[in-house]
Design a protein around this ligand. Structure first.
Ligand SMILES: CSC[C@H]1O[C@H](OP(=O)(O)O)[C@H](O)[C@@H]1O
Ligand SMILES: Nc1ncnc2[nH]cnc12
Length: 290
């Protein structure tokens, strides 16, 4: 099968990709079970793309129950090496208002109960997460945003995304704590997604859609799911346009990404020394190192 290099994970409010032609749904079986949903493959303006709804198309999976390893493994096995994650986020800064967009470039991972690595079972690797977002992919998203010239749309470049376990939103004290860390946005899903993408040598970047001011802002009600989804619906069409423009840019000139060689200096156990079953499980990740 021809590799599908460009992947999109849609979060809250983004359950399908508009404009996907010759669409086929693929139920990928992985060593980590089934992904969140069937993966929709097709072409966007002639470019092969794979789309996956992170919580399932009917939004029935909690953030902590998302099969992150199955999702990333499945996309990797299709050939994805550039992955754009779309996520609803709360704002931790006055300047990032609801309905703005942001391109976070750092994460603080406060999740507690999620499987966060493909390695283990006789295979040791330590990838670098110093720069968890692919700068080139994020730049392509920023350029795509400019290409679209969306009236009234605002994009913030950079910033730190705090990933909480959820599913409850934060307490006021927690929200103030994250603000004191100078974090920009808060969500429940980008970790361990970003760390697994790095282990799979997939360039990863998040297009964050600001839906609320969490619960710290005196002039705004504390976030509820209804508030978040309501604001997101206003932004979903814009997000789809930015994604489409981004894919066109990437296809025209796929940028170099350090993520594509993340395992080169990370593998401690050589594949030949790994148990056969582990090597088989990691095959899509290790292919070029075997
Ligand atoms: C419905 S608001 C809370 C929900 O939205 C975000 O999900 P995603 O990143 O998939 O858009 C947030 O992390 C929560 O899961
Ligand atoms: N305030 C918030 N906290 C966590 N996840 C969110 N997703 C959207 N808004 C959020």
């Amino acid at each position: 099968m021809t590799p599908i290099r460009f992947g999109i994970i849609g979060g809250s409010g983004l359950y399908k990709m508009e404009g996907l032609e010759d669409m086929r749904e693929i139920a990928v079986d992985t060593p980590y079970g089934a992904p969140s949903d069937a993966i929709a493959t097709g072409t966007l303006d002639g470019v092969p793309v794979a789309f996956l709804a992170r919580h399932g198309r009917s939004h029935s999976t909690l953030p902590g129950d998302i099969p992150f390893r199955a999702n990333i493994w499945a996309l990797k096995s299709l050939g994805v090496d550039y992955l754009v994650s779309v996520s609803a986020v709360g704002s931790l800064k006055e300047a990032l208002a609801p309905r703005h967009m942001a391109l976070p470039d750092q994460f603080i991972d406060l999740t507690r109960h999620r499987a966060g690595t493909f390695f283990g079972d006789g295979a040791v690797a330590h990838v670098s997460l110093a720069h968890p977002v692919c700068a080139a992919l994020s730049a392509a998203l920023a350029q795509a945003f400019d290409d679209c010239a969306l009236p009234d749309a605002v994009l913030h470049r950079g910033g730190t995304y705090v990933c909480i376990e959820g599913p409850q939103f934060s307490t006021y004290a927690e929200s103030q704590l994250y603000r004191s860390w100078d974090a920009s946005v808060i969500g429940m899903t980008n970790m361990p997604e970003a760390r697994l993408a790095r282990e799979a040598e997939i360039a990863y970047a998040t297009l964050a859609l600001v839906t609320d001011y969490d619960c710290w802002h005196e002039g705004h009600d504390a976030v509820t799911a209804d508030i978040a989804i309501g604001n997101l619906m206003h932004n979903a069409a814009n997000a789809q346009r930015v994604l489409r423009a981004c894919i066109a840019r990437l296809a025209a000139a796929p940028p170099a990404s350090k993520a594509h060689s993340a395992l080169q200096q990370a593998l401690v156990t050589q594949p030949a020394a790994m148990p056969e079953a582990t090597r088989a499980r990691l095959a899509p990740l290790l292919k070029k190192y075997l």
